[in-house]
Design a protein around this ligand. Structure first.
Ligand code: F6R
Length: 247
């Protein structure tokens, strides 16, 4: 696989990161209302989601034909658990726009057989929807994308994974007790993500600076899963000054 150049846009602050991402996503849906989105949870995309909601509420922007596939879900958390990613997506985006919920796809964290849940998710994504047109990503402070932790391979597909110490530490703020922090998740693989037609990764804050620099300037390695994005022909990183600090 040939290495490509990642386009990097450095913004003043996280509001501007959200706005630039919002422009890319709203333009894509405007030109093709049936756009298949790949969506992320976490704190970074929330600003962009707010702006998409405002566009719907203030201008009647139409999401009714748009479809979405989320990157990941905690294993063993049901969709009505406030920390589940299905709950999060409904709360921060889907409940406030006119997207058809039957076209929004989040892996089922309480499935009986994770392997068949993951396989079925990919079948629906690729066979019924033709794959992701526009993929949104965040990045972990350890360089993870979705829940592809360091050590994940380029050809990995949607599967169940163990979360590593750093991720559990980063996520602990959302749970009351350390024991409540999930230890496993279902996640799209790196190979799955790289099949998206366009990828937009957002990062804000100084705790992402090292991961951003490693992804762009370090070796392409499973130690930094985001470095594999350098094999994608159309990938843009939108980062604030703090996340770009050591580039
Ligand atoms: C979320 C996801 C994760 C986050 C990453 C950054 O669906 O896949 O990889 O994007 O952990 O999280 P935040 O934005 O909270 O810093």
């Amino acid at each position: 696989m040939d290495e490509k150049t990642i386009q990097v846009i450095v913004c003043e602050d996280k509001k501007d990161v959200g706005f630039k991402a919002f422009r890319i996503f709203s333009d894509a849906i405007y030109s093709n209302p049936e756009t298949v989105l790949g969506l992320a949870t976490g704190s970074t995309p929330v600003e962009m989601y707010k702006q998409l909601i405002a566009l719907h509420k203030e201008k009647g922007f139409n999401f009714s034909k748009t479809a979405s596939f989320n990157l990941d879900e905690y294993f063993m958390l049901a969709s009505d658990h406030p920390q589940s990613y299905r709950y999060f997506m409904n709360d921060v985006l889907f409940n406030h726009i006119n997207i058809d919920k039957t076209r929004t796809h989040v892996l089922n964290g309480v499935c009986k057989t994770p392997q068949s849940e993951c396989q079925q998710f990919e079948e629906i994504l690729f066979e019924q929807y033709g794959g992701v047109d526009l993929q949104l990503l965040g990045i972990g402070s350890n360089g993870h994308i979705a829940f592809n932790e360091p050590g994940s391979t380029l050809d990995s597909r949607t599967r169940i994974v163990d979360l590593n110490q750093q991720t559990k530490k980063d996520n602990a703020r959302f749970f009351q007790k350390q024991e409540d922090v999930p230890t496993q998740a279902l996640t799209m693989g790196i190979g799955t993500i790289l099949e998206a037609r366009k990828i937009v990764l957002l990062a804000t804050g100084e705790n992402k600076a090292e991961a951003i620099n490693d992804a762009i300037n370090g070796p392409i390695t499973p130690d930094v899963p985001a470095s594999f994005l350098r094999y994608h022909p159309d990938c843009v990183f939108i980062v604030d000054k703090d996340a770009a600090a050591i580039l």
